[in-house]
Design a protein around this ligand. Structure first.
Ligand SMILES: C[S@@+](CC[C@H](N)C(=O)[O-])C[C@H]1O[C@@H](n2cnc3c(N)ncnc32)[C@H](O)[C@@H]1O
Length: 252
């Protein structure tokens, strides 16, 4: 009897967890991407900065492009992932920097098919992240969405430059100053809307909807900003929103 009661208690607890409001369960980049693909019928996927393919291999699309100068997986992992998700048969890998990819391969790849959804997660420095965003925007369809990882660095350590992170022996969280790229888009690309969801290190969301309330910083001003400046203004500067805003914005 005790055993049965214990089982019923555990089952109840699980059911309660499943029914818990979305508010209490953090959404990550994978869930955001999968939801957009499913609900908004976005298909053609590009990931800049792939690492071991933790996200890339889970994406279900017949048009998937992976770009990274140093992929961290071998043939065996690829084969295993093909078994787990047959869509991986369509994967195309570009073992190079995003700059080289956009210069050499993107014009041909996106000549007939537009890009629908992209995860930007390569080099986490302002100038690099901004180039990746602007290059992706160039090929993005009208209804397409760009997701930028690491937009909400919480500490000065995690917001440091690549050189500082390297000097630290690549230890600890490194978000870099990707937040500046969001600030840049919100100030200087009035043809786009950008905001950041307060989850998974800050998920920047960029669409081709015109922004009716842009910020007014110049590139020089953004270049001069420090983490302390950001920390005092983060909510306004990157348009930080609770994750529930995702559903409202996309009417999901
Ligand atoms: C944080 S990891 C990516 C993680 C992956 N997107 C995920 O969600 O699991 C960053 C990756 O960016 C790659 N990277 C660094 N510089 C790059 C560049 N210039 N172009 C493209 N990728 C770059 C690194 O090799 C590394 O694998």
């Amino acid at each position: 009897m005790r055993k049965l009661q214990g089982f019923a208690f555990r089952l109840n607890k699980k059911l309660l967890l499943l029914a818990a409001p979305r508010k209490n369960i953090p959404m990550d980049r994978l869930e955001i991407i999968q939801t957009l693909m499913r609900k908004k019928k976005l298909n053609n996927y590009l990931e800049i900065g792939v690492f071991n393919g933790h996200i890339f291999f889970r994406i279900k699309s017949d048009f998937k492009i992976a770009v990274d100068p140093e992929f961290r997986f071998d043939g065996l992992r690829k084969a295993g992932k093909l078994f787990l998700n047959p869509y991986n048969i369509y994967n195309r890998y570009y073992s190079k920097t995003s700059d080289a990819f956009f210069e050499q391969d993107a014009p041909g790849l996106f000549a007939r098919k537009k890009l629908d959804i992209s995860l930007i997660d390569g080099m986490h420095e302002y100038a690099f992240a901004l180039r990746d965003i602007e290059n992706a925007l160039h090929y993005l369809s009208g209804d397409g969405v760009i997701i930028v990882h690491d937009c909400n660095a919480l500490t000065a350590e995690s917001a440091c430059s690549f050189e500082e992170w390297k000097a630290r022996g690549f230890t600890g969280t490194w978000n870099g100053d990707v937040w500046k790229a969001i600030l840049h888009i919100r100030s200087l690309r009035k043809d786009c809307t950008a905001f950041v969801l307060d989850t998974d290190h800050g998920l920047g969301i960029i669409t081709k909807k015109p922004d009716h309330n842009p910020l007014d910083l110049t590139r020089d001003q953004i270049d001069q900003l420090t983490f302390t400046d950001f920390n005092m203004n983060r909510k306004e500067w990157i348009g930080l929103k609770p994750q529930e805003y995702f559903n409202d914005f996309f009417r999901i």
